[in-house]
Design a protein around this ligand. Structure first.
Ligand code: PEP
Ligand code: MN
Length: 342
């Protein structure tokens, strides 16, 4: 149940409603918007209905939310959220570019890539220090050494960092470096991990599970928000299908659908979405046309030598070319996107 307070409502009014909700044994939620405060009560809606909160003169309306995802529902908060990663915004008019290697491999590799993607228009640097791999024998990441190299790349370029966290036991170690946590597709329903990042204030890039329905994807976001961290960005990265010519099936249709269902920013990952280097640029452009708020791309100075996902990583010149195309598409759909030319 959502309780929308009038613009004139005071903090004491909000506290009173929270207390009434708590007294029924339900968990009150507080999410202040730009204009109005909205309170939520999660649990048996009949108990809340009995409180007759609509009769309070500072309550504008009481709205039942029938969908299972409540806190990330657009009915909860009609204005779109902007998630800030240091000084970079995701969810505004600009389509935010995020780029970097799949894995952090060496100082030279991460620093040179950071400079190259920054020059091409990227605003956030990606790079995995902890790598969840399908095979236990594959490269698992440089771990703490990788985090140090990411910090170095940030010092050199000023780009904030998004990096993956694979376990709730890494909250402190990864949290010290990350400006944004990435929850990978394989961990999309690792509820303890979702709760752990939900207990921080660090923004979270939540990837869609390879077999997650839209509702399951949003319920994963709900786990993070319900722990008190509203700074969630959703990422479509491809799902499993019968179509095996690409690594995954990049589900473009979920992007505008999510934009309708939730106020959270939605970005696209055409690198994992396709797993085919030549398809990354066209599908990144397509994701912008479909309404994505950002695009995350894997870029490596020498993809043929990469320790992970070499086959889908772009070279810096290929990425630069891609950002020019993305900027043109962004312009066509009324958005902006940084590239060398603009
Ligand atoms: C990655 O970003 O390198 C990665 C492992 O992505 P995903 O979790 O989407 O497979
Ligand atoms: Mn990868």
């Amino acid at each position: 149940m959502l309780i929308v307070l009038k613009q004139t409502a005071t903090e004491a009014d909000a506290e009173l409603v929270k207390k009434k909700i708590a007294d029924t044994g339900l968990k009150p939620l507080y999410l202040p918007g730009e204009e109005k405060v909205v309170l939520g009560a999660i649990g048996d809606e009949r108990k809340i209905a009995k409180l007759e909160l609509q009769s309070l003169d500072f309550v504008e309306r009481v709205v039942p939310v029938l969908k299972p995802y409540k806190l990330c529902n657009r009915e909860f908060k009609s204005e779109k959220a902007i998630v800030k990663v240091r000084n970079v915004e995701i969810g505004g008019n600009e389509v935010t570019q995020i780029a970097g290697p799949c894995s952090v491999e060496s100082e030279e590799q991460i620093v040179s890539t950071a400079h190259a993607v920054k020059k091409a228009g990227a605003k956030i640097l990606r790079g995995g220090a902890y790598k969840p791999r399908t095979s236990p024998y594959a490269f698992q990441g440089l771990e703490e050494e990788g985090l140090k190299l990411l910090e170095l790349a940030r010092e050199e370029t000023g780009l904030p960092i998004v990096t993956e966290i694979v376990s709730e036991y890494h909250i402190d170690v990864v949290g010290k470096t990350a400006d944004m946590f990435q929850i990978g597709a394989r961990n999309a329903q690792n509820f303890r991990l979702l709760k752990a990042v939900g207990g921080t204030k660090t923004p979270v890039l939540l990837k869609r599970g390879p077999a997650s329905s839209m509702s399951e994807f949003l319920m994963a976001a709900e786990y993070i928000i319900s722990e008190g961290n509203p700074n969630v960005v959703l990422c479509e990265r491809g799902i499993k299908s019968f179509f095996t010519e690409t690594r995954n099936t990049f589900d473009l249709s979920v992007i505008p659908l999510l934009q309708k269902e939730t106020y959270l920013p939605v970005i696209g990952d055409p690198s994992h979405g396709t797993g085919v280097r030549d398809l990354v640029s066209p599908m990144g452009c397509a994701a912008i046309a479909a309404g994505a708020d950002g695009i995350i791309v894997e870029v490596h100075p020498e993809p043929e030598k990469a320790l992970s996902d070499g086959f889908q990583q772009l070279t810096p010149p290929q990425y630069e070319e891609m950002t020019k195309k993305m900027a043109a598409v962004a312009k066509a759909v009324g958005r902006t996107s940084a590239s060398l030319e603009l």
